[in-house]
Ligand binder design. Structure first.
Ligand code: ADP
Ligand code: AMP
Length: 237
């Protein structure tokens, strides 16, 4: 027997706490901020890009299905993406609440998320949109390095690690994502920005959108995000 949204069996659908959806174009700073905010707010950081990269690394069937789309800078089809997300939301740590990073990427995903959360007695409490101009995105993605173990993001100019090539948090080595090469960056922005605008509209209509100026430095963006999120969901200190 399955739930109304299809694939998640009843009994694997525990209740869920607060839900924050971090919106932004590729390179806007979602991963950077999610890492800080998830700790500060006691929310599980759920990044679909990280889940896909782990699946590609482990050569799972999901990873093999997703790899071509990722290499071309396209969105992975909704079927596999949604199934992967729902499985992640069924894990115990999601019950405390989640900070979503990179999902939803289109309105179909946003609708499925709403239905899935409603089944768990939850809802999207806030959707902060980190707004950054396209020209800045290109420079950010071109200079991004991420860590092998957990995807912690760095930048060759804006956020350098203490020791060159080594992650400050977990000591793993840093590498440049293949989809951060200039040609793929252009493809990603061309293919994904239109859908992002529609997702922003989706949450604006539901009165949970808040826009944060993502051109400011990393620390100030964190301050601005916390000022928007804490009143909406509360804080665990
Ligand atoms: P996203 O997860 O939205 O794709 P990231 O968090 O990986 O974006 O950030 C993209 C790149 O920009 C990284 O190299 C990161 O270090 C850098 N970055 C993030 N936030 C800022 C900021 N406010 N100012 C300058 N650079 C930033
Ligand atoms: P990100 O790490 O968020 O930049 O995502 C890297 C890539 O993974 C994207 O360019 C897409 O190919 C894929 N991806 C991540 N999240 C999604 C999603 N919600 N829907 C479809 N594809 C996604």
């Amino acid at each position: 027997m399955t739930s109304a949204i299809g694939r998640v069996p009843i009994g694997r659908n525990p209740p869920i706490g607060r839900v924050v959806v971090l919106l932004g174009a590729p390179g806007a700073g979602k991963g950077t901020q999610a890492q800080i905010l998830s700790e500060r707010l006691g929310l599980a950081h759920v990044a679909t890009g990280d889940l896909f990269r782990a699946a590609v690394r482990d050569e799972t069937p999901l990873g093999l299905a997703a790899k071509g789309y990722m290499d071309r800078g396209e969105l992975v089809p909704d079927g596999v993406t949604i199934e992967m997300l729902l499985e992640r939301l069924a894990k115990p740590d999601a019950q405390a609440g989640i900070l979503l990073d990179g999902f939803p990427r289109n309105t179909a995903q946003a609708e499925v998320l709403d239905k899935a959360l409603a089944e768990k007695g939850g809802q999207v409490d806030l959707a902060p949109y980190i707004e950054v101009p396209e020209a800045d995105l290109v420079a950010r993605l071109g200079g991004r390095w991420i860590c092998r173990a957990q995807g912690h993001p760095y930048h060759e100019l804006n956020k350098q690690p203490a020791q060159s090539g080594v992650c400050d948090v977990d000591g793993s080595d840093l590498y440049q994502r293949t989809d951060d090469q200039p040609a793929t960056v252009q493809a990603r922005l061309r293919q994904q920005l239109g859908a992002l605008d529609l997702v922003v509209d989706y949450y604006r209509k539901r009165a949970v959108l808040t826009v944060v100026d993502g051109r400011k430095d990393i620390g100030q963006v964190t301050v601005d995000l916390l000022a928007a999120i804490v009143p909406a969901i509360g804080s665990r200190g």
